[in-house]
Design a protein around this ligand. Structure first.
Ligand code: FPP
Length: 249
């Protein structure tokens, strides 16, 4: 049992049945900023700061994988100054990641199409991935220039190339093989997907991987999403009966 201030605010979370993999939409930064008369970029900065807090806390309570939707293949259509602000925030986040989060035994992985990212960012991705590859606590997966549909197209293209080269037999194509050709190869599927800020969409995020995920929506804007909100989402996940198409317990 975790207590937050008053006893009435306690959260009943079972440490033994935690979701292994949680995926989060970092949504609502723009609205958080507008509500305060600030530029949207200030909301993204606050969102990035909140992410650090939630990553450290997730690690502390024993979550093994956390995937966050930082920038989608569709986000390039935003105004140039917002895209630039997001890219410099991402660069800064990656540069400081070893010191601020990875030092806590956190492994960092980035998924998405690296084409289209600047050389600076690509270099940081390689560096931070290499520097944290032996950490065995939580794995933070940053989805950057990520879109499920383009991931699926890329998977099909790579399978076709391997079949054409003769190294892969079409009879060997099954669900496991498809998973192995996605950016998320080697990662377990998400158990719980959290979408704050009142949006109830999938927005091209982990469509294949989230087939059996439990979804948790809330009106809280991402910069306000607290440790307690995370525990509430986990608690609700633990109350659900995952049936995987069967009849359940
Ligand atoms: C969508 O909601 C959010 C994004 C497109 C960007 C999320 C990125 C960050 C929080 C910062 C960078 C990430 C990392 C990993 C350092 P929105 O903010 O556009 O929300 P709105 O619907 O309120 O406008």
């Amino acid at each position: 049992m975790f207590f937050f201030g008053k006893r009435s605010q306690s959260v009943n979370m079972d440490k033994n049945t935690l979701p292994v993999h949680i995926a989060i939409f970092l949504d609502g930064n723009g609205r958080w900023a507008s509500q305060r008369g600030l530029p949207r970029s200030a909301g993204h900065r606050e969102g990035a700061n909140n992410l650090k807090k939630i990553v450290r806390y997730s690690h502390e309570i024993g979550i093994k994988y956390l995937t966050v939707y930082a920038f989608s293949t569709e986000n390039w259509s935003r105004p140039k100054d917002e895209v630039d602000a997001l890219m410099s925030l991402l660069l800064e986040f990656l540069k400081n990641a070893d010191k601020e989060i990875a030092g806590k035994n956190i492994k960092i992985k980035v998924i998405g199409d690296s084409n289209g990212l600047t050389e600076d960012i690509k270099k940081e991705i390689v560096r931070v991935t290499e520097n944290t590859k032996n950490n065995n606590g939580l794995t933070l997966v940053i989805a950057l220039n990520y879109g499920s549909r383009s991931e699926i197209v890329e998977m099909v293209r790579r399978i076709a190339i391997d079949v054409k080269k003769g190294g892969l037999n079409t009879d060997a194509i099954n669900e496991q093989l498809v998973s192995n050709y996605l950016y998320t190869a080697g990662l377990p599927d998400p158990d719980l997907v959290i979408r704050p800020s009142g949006e109830n969409r999938l927005s091209n995020f982990l469509l294949w991987q989230s087939s059996y995920a439990e979804l948790w929506y809330s009106n809280i804007l991402w910069p306000d999403f607290s440790k307690k909100d995370l525990l509430h989402a986990i608690e609700e996940y633990q109350r659900r009966n995952r049936r995987y198409g069967g009849v359940g317990k």
